[in-house]
Unconditional design. Structure first.
Length: 66
């Protein structure tokens, strides 16, 4: 992946996280601190979407290895 591609990917990730957070706030909802940390890791490129999903499911579905 080129530097430009990586920067574009990170920009897309940050936009997606900001959009989702904005949608929640518009509905009067908030994220948990744990999810906010995971979303930040995703936006920063530390984890991919599959890992974000796995962490979220594990948090809300005890015993899930999804």
């Amino acid at each position: 992946m080129t530097r430009e591609d990586r920067e574009a990917d990170l920009a897309d990730r940050r936009w997606a996280v900001a959009s989702a957070s904005g949608s929640l706030r518009a509905e009067g909802l908030e994220t948990t601190p744990e999810y906010a940390r995971d979303a930040r890791d995703y936006a920063d490129g530390v984890i991919d979407a599959d890992e974000l999903r796995r962490r979220t499911l594990a948090r809300y579905r005890p015993g899930s290895d999804a």
